[in-house]
Design a protein. Structure first.
Length: 272
């Protein structure tokens, strides 16, 4: 644990936010509000995108390996896995191998259960997230007296990535996601939807139009930002260089993201 103390003592030690793609920018936006002075490395595993169609073993091995190497190179003071799929599968294994604080992302079922008036909650996530036992346990603990309807919506991941690149997205993508939840028994009474993928808040406006005015949305980004702020409370910050966006594969899509990255304070781009 000496290494953890040494990292925390360095004011230039960054926060490392990790996601399969650019969905974690929705988390970074909330972190910026609470910790505007914090140096940040945002790491997107675009070479592994999408995570939702991979096996649990593939995701756990990939996330643990990448974060191990990134932590060794960049020596962050804290790692945030800004990805529901990676967190529900790999959070425990990552915590075993890294000697820095780890903040994960889990579906916001608890606050959704407090919000719903009809008792029916929709959950949109990746196929991998919605089948996890972790989600079962959250449902049993916090929403046992509610009806939780789950739908895997991988199209929304691609839609969010395309939107950030400034590309047109077929609105039927959002209509299909809403219709799938509404078609389930009890789905007509959904009044609260959990966005259980960090990509999905990036297209919340489009989803709101598809679901209609009587549905509220919730995700875990505010709680994540508060947790990061609490774990780094009292620490000094110093930004020695512009914040960095790190990708695991060089491809043309990165160029299209330059505007979105800059809007989130990521002025440098590199490939890991």
């Amino acid at each position: 644990m000496a290494r953890t103390s040494a990292v925390a003592a360095d004011p230039a030690a960054p926060l490392l936010l990790f996601d399969s793609g650019v969905g974690g920018l929705s988390v970074l936006a909330k972190v910026r509000k609470l910790l505007p002075q914090a140096p940040v490395i945002y790491a997107a595993d675009n070479a592994g995108l999408p995570y939702g169609d991979k096996t649990e073993a593939q995701i756990a091995a990939r996330v643990s390996g990448l974060l191990g190497r990134m932590t060794e190179r960049f020596r962050p003071r804290l790692v945030c896995i800004a990805c529901n799929t990676a967190s529900t599968i790999a959070l425990a294994s990552v915590r075993e191998v890294l000697e820095v604080p780890i903040v994960g992302t889990v579906p916001a079922i608890k606050p959704a259960a407090a919000m719903t008036r009809t008792g029916v909650i929709g959950l949109l996530g990746t196929a991998a997230t919605i089948r996890q036992g972790y989600v079962d346990r959250l449902e049993a603990e916090f929403a046992a007296d509610k009806l939780l309807l789950r739908h895997g919506a991988p199209e929304l991941v691609a839609a969010a990535e395309a939107k950030l690149r400034g590309e047109a997205v077929d609105p039927e993508v959002y209509t299909r996601a809403a219709a799938a939840l509404r078609a389930m028994p009890g789905g007509e009474r959904i009044d609260t939807v959990v966005l259980a993928c960090t990509h999905f808040p990036l297209v919340q406006d489009e989803l709101a139009q598809a679901f209609g005015p009587d549905v509220r949305f919730i995700d875990g980004s505010d709680g994540i930002a508060r947790r990061i702020a609490a774990l780094t409370q009292g620490q000094d910050w110093r930004r020695d260089a512009p914040d960095l966006a790190l990708f695991t594969r060089a491809d043309d899509s990165i160029t299209g993201l330059s505007g979105a990255l800059a809007a989130h304070g990521l002025a440098r781009v590199a490939v890991f």
